[in-house]
Each structure stands twice: as C-alpha cells, then as structure tokens.
Design a protein around this ligand. Structure first.
Ligand SMILES: Nc1ncnc2c1ncn2[C@@H]1O[C@H](COP(=O)(O)OP(=O)(O)O)[C@@H](O)[C@H]1O
Ligand SMILES: [Mg+2]
Length: 265
C-alpha cells in the first residue's frame, strides 16, 4: 500500500518538528459547572521522538490525545501537524488526516470480537477503498510483525488481552501513519504483557520511523521514552526541550522519512 504523503514543511527553527501544540485549552460544560481538563498547554514534538504523557487519573491525558488525533476540537489554542493548523482543515481533510496520518491504540482494544484478527487489521484499509483480498494480505503481513503470524483467521474474541493489543497495534499501523498515539496501551495488561507490548511498540516505532505519543500510568515504561511530559490538573508541569538527537539533522530525518515510506509501501 503506497500512501500519498501529506504535505511536509521544514520546521522554522531548523528542527524536524512534526507536531506543535500552542496554548491549548479544553473545557467541557456539564450542567452549570465547567471542567477544564487542559489549560494553556504548549509543547512540540520532533519527528522520530517517542514521548510519554504521564499524570494521575483525570490529568487530561486522554483529552489531549483525542485532540491530537483530531477526534475532538480545542476550546482555544492550536495544534499544528507538519506546520498545518488542524483548525484550518476542512471536514474531508480531517477525515483523511485521521485515517492516514494517525494511528491510535486505545487502552481497551476496541476490536470487533466476532471478526478475525486479519479482518480487524484490514478494516482501515477496506474503509479507505483497498480491495478485500489485498487488504487481508497486508493485514497478514502486519500480524506477522506483531508476533501473531499464523493467527490471521482466529476470532479476536478468542485472543488473550496481550494478543488483542497486538492486533490493535497492527490495525493502528496498517495505513502507514506518521504519528502513533496510544492511550494507556498497557493499562489493562499484567506486568509481563505490559513489558512485551511496550517493547513491541518501541521496536515498531524505530523500524517504521514513527513519531509516537503514549499516555501511561507506568512510570518505569514512561522513563524509557525519549521524553516524558508530566501533566497534572490539565497543566503541563515541565517545560521540556526536544532532545538534541532529534533536532540536529534535518538530513537524517529526511532520510528516515524516505526509508519509512519505502518500508511501508
Ligand atoms: N466529555 C467530557 N465531558 C465532561 N468532562 C470530561 C469529558 N472528558 C473528560 N472530562 C473530564 O476531564 C478531566 C480529564 O479527563 P481525561 O482526559 O480523561 O484524564 P486522564 O486521561 O488523564 O485520566 C476529568 O476530570 C474528566 O472527568
Ligand atoms: Mg485517560
């Protein structure tokens, strides 16, 4: 599957910025009261970074990820993906963005239990108009990459929690997204499976030159990301710099991009 890359602009500051969040605020009105799960949040993420979002329950992690995935809109502030403001996208472009640029892994896998592993993974491709046979073939390759080779025909409802999360990861990546977002992807798993799933995500992050943002409660896993952003009561507690390893060389990032699109073809 070769995907048309979305328009790409070099970041003004010389780094290879994929994502920028500026003054992001989100409020919900429930009855007469207002909750503000995100308040004046700003940060940027370079291509190739793996960033962990940590914070206690209710800190605003899921709200943030939903907005990064354009599943919800900010009350104020802006999100830029490759320097394009999501706000400026028309409805159709947003759908395209969600479908091709973003892969999302949820805490609960949200698989269709009666469908096979391959059918679940193939679903995003078929929604994009890829023929069933070709989509299932690509899905089978992805199942191999997540360690489920030979399990293509098994119903997802029959798989273990860790296996279901592997299918969910394959489904998130099958369209060749640039950005992988994961909301507590190991939250429902035992320690051993959490470790295995995190390792798998790290491996795929590297081999597919992804940029990844993972919300997690697990501080020891979070510590293995390139960078940790700590949230509390909707505020980003630490101003964080993009590590030098991700800002030095545009050429390196451009090379990685080219390789990644080749690999995903
Ligand atoms: N749709 C919504 N309507 C009202 N309040 C919401 C909504 N979504 C999230 N919240 C509130 O925003 C706060 C942050 O929630 P969330 O982003 O889910 O936190 P986290 O993922 O860090 O646990 C919570 O107080 C939650 O109740
Ligand atoms: Mg959450």
């Amino acid at each position: 599957m070769v995907k048309e890359p979305m328009a790409s602009f070099p970041a003004a500051n010389g780094s290879s910025e994929l994502l920028r969040v500026e003054g992001l605020r989100k409020s919900f009105r429930t009855g007469s009261s207002e909750v503000t799960p995100l308040n004046d949040v700003s940060f940027s993420i370079a291509r190739g970074e793996m960033v962990a979002i940590v914070g206690p329950s209710g800190a605003g992690k899921s709200t943030l990820l939903h907005m990064l995935a354009a599943l919800d809109t900010p009350t104020s502030g802006a999100i830029y993906f490759e320097r394009n403001s999501l706000e400026a996208f028309a409805e159709l472009e947003l759908a395209e963005f969600r479908s091709r640029a973003i892969g999302f892994v949820w805490q609960r896998h949200h698989l269709l239990p009666d469908f096979s592993a391959a059918e679940n993974v193939a679903m995003p491709l078929m929604i994009q108009g890829v023929r069933r046979e070709a989509a299932l073939r690509t899905a089978g390759e992805w199942l191999g990459q997540v360690g489920l080779g030979g399990r293509e025909h098994q119903a997802c409802g029959e798989l273990s929690g860790g296996e279901q999360q592997r299918v969910a990861i394959a489904r998130a990546l099958v369209s060749g997204p640039k950005l992988l977002l994961a909301d507590e992807p190991t939250g429902d798993l035992d320690e051993r499976n959490a470790e295995l799933i995190f390792e798998l995500m790290q491996r795929l992050h590297t081999s597919h030159r992804l940029t990844s943002v993972l919300a997690t409660h697990n501080l020891s896993l979070a510590g293995r990301a390139d960078r940790v952003l700590k949230f509390e009561h909707g505020k980003l507690l630490q101003a964080t710099e993009v590590p030098a390893s991700h800002t030095k060389s545009d050429a390196k990032a451009a090379g990685a991009e080219a390789n990644a699109s080749g690999e995903r073809g």
